[in-house]
Design a protein around this ligand. Structure first.
Ligand SMILES: *[C@@H]1O[C@H](CO)[C@@H](O)[C@H](O)[C@H]1NC(C)=O
Ligand SMILES: *[C@@H]1O[C@H](CO)[C@@H](O)[C@H](O)[C@H]1NC(C)=O
Length: 404
């Protein structure tokens, strides 16, 4: 079993590097899963919402895509509050709209009168670009973890949004890795705290030694040899989404298909899922957009957290750490420097955000304002974005906290 999973992990990393397999499959989606094939911009427009798309450049020359829904279907006259949504690992801005109008968080917030912005971090298929590094051929492109995402990408996008909207501060909502990168940003660049009106962590991830995901346990167990192996073969991209995945999703996950469960993609393999909270009709659409791609270093950095029980920078080994940080161990992220108001929303059945770890995070933060346990016991990590009852169980609470 363990060996099988490791082979899958390495295999997926390797196959991700064979570009010839991409783009060759001429694939016709079923009409009811048309959204699997459309871009984020096309989907939002299709449902009658205005949508804008921007490209921004980070200080280290990655080119990122940002989406905006400036207003809901009934535009309001009052000056709008700005909310910025940050997706998780292997995901993209598509997360916030896949469930459709009235369900996806981006639509819900737009309908509530917010100016909604959605970031995409380096390495996902919407931000797989750089001014001079080629993601298909350059290992240097993939040499990043969520550290760089929190240090460069999120601040760049937050600044862009504030400049465009002429605001001093915004609401920040993160899911999963989108919470980790928030904590990296505000602990290492404390001047960003004043740009955050409030932050809401959906499935908060900082400490990880109580997480229960079997696949992540395996990655953590093999973290050292995997690091060595990946350094040797020079492969750094993990599972970008492509037409092949979209096709797999459609063939295996059509509503009438008995093999529906088999379509479970790497995202579900890592995060688990609660059958009761999942809308099976959405599976082909999800598979068209996720996994959206990331670097292997993001996984290895999380695996290090699982092993060390610390929220700290990437571990390069003693020699590498001495060179990079001037100390034998990587420095911790100082959570007491996170002085923006933070609300944590967590759940019982979350494979990745364990309750003990969330409580430790809550006590470590500089300005914890509240923590809320989702009332549904089976609510899992991905249900915050894809769950049938996400609105009822989470988003309504979010909106009332934001209005307050
Ligand atoms: C990458 O960014 C450059 C701008 O530097 C742009 O011209 C090009 O079209 C982008 N490529 C993709 C695939 O988006
Ligand atoms: C599942 O998703 C489909 C497509 O968006 C939607 O029509 C349906 O109402 C959803 N079902 C539930 C129970 O939310």
């Amino acid at each position: 079993m363990l060996t099988f999973l490791v082979v899958c992990f390495v295999g997926s990393v390797l196959s991700a590097r064979i570009p010839s397999q991409r783009n060759k499959l001429d694939f016709q989606p079923y009409s009811d899963s048309e959204d699997a094939k459309l871009t984020v911009l096309q989907i939002i427009t299709k449902y009658g919402y205005p949508c804008e798309e921007y490209q921004v450049k980070t200080p280290d020359n990655y080119i990122l895509t940002i989406h905006r829904i400036p207003n809901g279907k009934k535009p309001t006259q009052t000056t709008k509050e700005v909310v910025y949504l940050q997706h998780g690992l292997l995901s993209s801005s598509a997360d916030w709209i896949i469930s459709g109008p009235g369900k996806g968080l981006a639509y819900v917030l737009a309908d509530e009168g917010y100016d909604v912005w959605m970031g995409n971090v380096r390495g996902n298929k919407l931000s797989r670009n750089h001014t001079y590094l080629n993601p298909d051929t350059s290992d240097e492109f993939w040499d990043f973890s969520w550290h760089e995402i929190g240090y460069y990408d999120v601040p760049t996008m937050v600044d862009f949004v504030l400049e465009r909207t002429n605001k001093e501060s915004l609401f920040h909502i993160g899911h999963s890795q989108g919470t980790t990168t928030f904590y990296v940003m505000t602990s290492l660049r404390p001047d960003y705290n004043s740009k955050i009106k409030a932050h809401f962590s959906l499935a908060p991830i900082a400490f990880m030694n109580h997480m229960t995901s079997p696949l992540m346990h395996v990655v953590a167990f093999w973290q050292k040899p995997l690091s060595v192996l990946l350094n040797l073969i020079g492969v750094r991209e993990f599972l970008p989404s492509n037409e092949f995945m979209a096709m797999g999703g459609n063939i295996l996950c059509g509503d009438d298909s008995l093999t529906q469960i088999l379509c479970t993609n790497s995202l579900f393999a890592i995060c688990g899922f609660s059958p009761n909270e999942m809308n099976a009709t959405l599976l082909p659409i999800m598979s068209g957009h996720t996994p959206a791609g990331s670097s292997t270093k993001q996984f290895l950095h999380y695996a290090q957290e699982i092993n060390s029980g610390k929220f700290r920078r990437y571990d390069y080994g003693i020699v590498g750490n001495l060179q990079k940080y001037g100390s034998m161990w990587p420095p911790n992220y100082d959570l007491s420097k996170v002085t923006a108001p933070v609300y944590l929303i967590y759940s019982n059945n979350d494979w990745l955000a364990g309750k003990i770890d969330v409580e430790r995070l809550y006590k470590s933060l500089g300005n914890s304002k509240g923590r809320f346990l989702v009332s549904e016991k089976s609510f899992n990590h991905l249900d915050y974005v894809f769950g049938i009852r996400a609105r009822e169980l989470v988003y309504n609470k979010l909106v009332s906290l934001m209005k307050h």
